[in-house]
Design a protein around this ligand. Structure first.
Ligand code: RB5
Length: 146
Protein backbone atom coordinates (compact mmCIF):
# COMPACT_ATOMS: atom_id res chain seq x y z
CA UNK A 1 0.00 0.00 0.00
CA UNK A 2 0.97 3.62 -0.38
CA UNK A 3 0.74 5.23 3.05
CA UNK A 4 1.19 8.88 4.07
CA UNK A 5 2.68 9.44 7.50
CA UNK A 6 2.64 12.70 9.42
CA UNK A 7 3.86 13.78 12.84
CA UNK A 8 4.87 16.70 15.00
CA UNK A 9 7.96 17.27 17.14
CA UNK A 10 6.66 14.95 19.89
CA UNK A 11 6.74 11.93 17.58
CA UNK A 12 9.88 12.16 15.44
CA UNK A 13 11.51 9.02 16.78
CA UNK A 14 8.33 6.88 16.72
CA UNK A 15 7.47 8.17 13.23
CA UNK A 16 10.88 7.08 11.93
CA UNK A 17 10.52 3.67 13.55
CA UNK A 18 7.01 3.19 12.11
CA UNK A 19 8.14 4.38 8.68
CA UNK A 20 10.92 1.77 8.65
CA UNK A 21 8.51 -0.86 9.98
CA UNK A 22 5.97 -0.17 7.22
CA UNK A 23 8.68 -0.19 4.55
CA UNK A 24 9.99 -3.50 5.89
CA UNK A 25 6.47 -4.88 5.26
CA UNK A 26 6.63 -3.75 1.63
CA UNK A 27 4.59 -0.55 1.90
CA UNK A 28 5.54 2.68 0.18
CA UNK A 29 5.62 5.50 2.74
CA UNK A 30 5.19 9.17 1.91
CA UNK A 31 6.58 11.18 4.81
CA UNK A 32 4.67 14.46 5.28
CA UNK A 33 5.80 15.04 8.87
CA UNK A 34 8.72 16.72 10.56
CA UNK A 35 12.12 15.26 11.28
CA UNK A 36 13.12 17.88 13.84
CA UNK A 37 12.26 17.88 17.54
CA UNK A 38 11.96 21.66 17.46
CA UNK A 39 8.45 22.72 18.50
CA UNK A 40 6.00 22.88 15.58
CA UNK A 41 2.24 22.96 15.00
CA UNK A 42 0.53 19.58 14.51
CA UNK A 43 -2.50 20.91 12.53
CA UNK A 44 -0.26 21.46 9.50
CA UNK A 45 0.70 17.79 9.35
CA UNK A 46 -2.77 16.50 10.13
CA UNK A 47 -4.13 18.56 7.28
CA UNK A 48 -1.35 17.51 4.88
CA UNK A 49 -1.99 13.81 5.46
CA UNK A 50 -5.76 14.32 5.35
CA UNK A 51 -5.54 16.07 1.98
CA UNK A 52 -3.26 13.38 0.55
CA UNK A 53 -5.74 10.69 1.61
CA UNK A 54 -8.84 12.47 0.29
CA UNK A 55 -7.10 13.33 -2.99
CA UNK A 56 -6.33 9.62 -3.48
CA UNK A 57 -2.58 10.23 -3.59
CA UNK A 58 -2.21 7.49 -0.96
CA UNK A 59 -4.33 4.56 0.20
CA UNK A 60 -4.45 5.65 3.85
CA UNK A 61 -2.65 7.72 6.46
CA UNK A 62 -0.85 7.39 9.77
CA UNK A 63 -0.66 10.34 12.16
CA UNK A 64 1.39 10.59 15.33
CA UNK A 65 1.67 13.46 17.80
CA UNK A 66 2.06 13.44 21.58
CA UNK A 67 -1.37 11.92 22.19
CA UNK A 68 -2.60 11.36 18.61
CA UNK A 69 -5.56 13.58 19.45
CA UNK A 70 -4.65 17.06 18.17
CA UNK A 71 -3.28 15.85 14.86
CA UNK A 72 -6.35 13.65 14.24
CA UNK A 73 -8.77 16.45 15.13
CA UNK A 74 -7.00 18.57 12.50
CA UNK A 75 -7.15 15.80 9.90
CA UNK A 76 -10.86 15.27 10.59
CA UNK A 77 -11.54 18.85 9.49
CA UNK A 78 -10.66 17.83 5.93
CA UNK A 79 -13.85 16.75 4.19
CA UNK A 80 -13.84 13.00 3.62
CA UNK A 81 -11.35 12.17 6.36
CA UNK A 82 -12.20 9.58 9.00
CA UNK A 83 -9.22 9.66 11.34
CA UNK A 84 -9.32 7.47 14.46
CA UNK A 85 -7.05 7.60 17.50
CA UNK A 86 -6.14 4.17 18.91
CA UNK A 87 -4.07 3.04 21.86
CA UNK A 88 -4.38 -0.69 21.28
CA UNK A 89 -4.92 -3.11 18.38
CA UNK A 90 -8.55 -4.15 19.02
CA UNK A 91 -9.78 -0.61 18.44
CA UNK A 92 -7.43 -0.32 15.46
CA UNK A 93 -9.08 -3.35 13.82
CA UNK A 94 -12.60 -2.12 14.61
CA UNK A 95 -12.07 1.39 13.25
CA UNK A 96 -11.35 -0.23 9.89
CA UNK A 97 -14.11 -2.86 10.09
CA UNK A 98 -16.87 -0.52 11.31
CA UNK A 99 -15.79 3.05 10.56
CA UNK A 100 -13.64 2.48 7.48
CA UNK A 101 -11.16 4.89 9.03
CA UNK A 102 -8.87 6.21 6.33
CA UNK A 103 -6.33 7.51 8.85
CA UNK A 104 -5.07 5.79 11.99
CA UNK A 105 -3.55 7.95 14.74
CA UNK A 106 -1.74 7.29 17.98
CA UNK A 107 0.30 9.10 20.57
CA UNK A 108 4.06 8.85 20.95
CA UNK A 109 3.64 9.79 24.61
CA UNK A 110 0.97 7.12 25.05
CA UNK A 111 2.05 3.96 23.24
CA UNK A 112 5.43 2.27 22.91
CA UNK A 113 6.80 1.12 19.60
CA UNK A 114 5.66 -2.52 19.96
CA UNK A 115 2.08 -1.43 20.63
CA UNK A 116 2.31 1.04 17.75
CA UNK A 117 3.40 -1.77 15.42
CA UNK A 118 0.54 -3.96 16.67
CA UNK A 119 -1.89 -1.07 16.01
CA UNK A 120 -0.59 -0.72 12.44
CA UNK A 121 -0.76 -4.48 11.84
CA UNK A 122 -4.34 -4.67 13.14
CA UNK A 123 -5.50 -1.68 11.11
CA UNK A 124 -3.78 -2.62 7.85
CA UNK A 125 -4.84 -6.26 8.17
CA UNK A 126 -8.54 -5.48 8.64
CA UNK A 127 -11.26 -5.10 6.02
CA UNK A 128 -14.25 -2.74 6.07
CA UNK A 129 -17.44 -4.74 6.69
CA UNK A 130 -19.84 -2.45 4.76
CA UNK A 131 -23.62 -2.93 5.11
CA UNK A 132 -25.07 -1.10 8.11
CA UNK A 133 -21.65 0.42 8.76
CA UNK A 134 -21.70 2.09 5.35
CA UNK A 135 -25.11 3.61 6.18
CA UNK A 136 -23.63 5.19 9.30
CA UNK A 137 -20.59 6.46 7.45
CA UNK A 138 -22.89 8.03 4.87
CA UNK A 139 -24.70 9.74 7.77
CA UNK A 140 -21.39 11.09 9.09
CA UNK A 141 -20.56 12.58 5.71
CA UNK A 142 -24.04 14.07 5.44
CA UNK A 143 -23.12 16.10 8.53
CA UNK A 144 -20.28 17.62 6.50
CA UNK A 145 -22.84 18.84 3.98
CA UNK A 146 -25.09 20.58 6.55
C1 RB5 B 1 2.73 18.94 21.62
O1 RB5 B 1 3.33 19.32 22.82
C2 RB5 B 1 1.43 18.21 21.88
O2 RB5 B 1 0.48 19.12 22.33
C3 RB5 B 1 0.98 17.48 20.66
O3 RB5 B 1 1.96 16.59 20.25
C4 RB5 B 1 -0.28 16.64 20.82
O4 RB5 B 1 -0.20 15.78 21.92
C5 RB5 B 1 -1.55 17.37 20.74
O5 RB5 B 1 -2.65 16.78 20.74
Amino acid sequence: MKIAIGNDHAAVELKQEMKEYLESKGHQVVDLGVNSTESCNYPEYGEAVGRAVVAGDVDCGVLICGTGVGISIAANKVKGVRAAVCSEPVTARLVKEHNNANIIAFGARIVGSETAKAILDAYLGAEFLGGRHQTRIDMIHEIEER
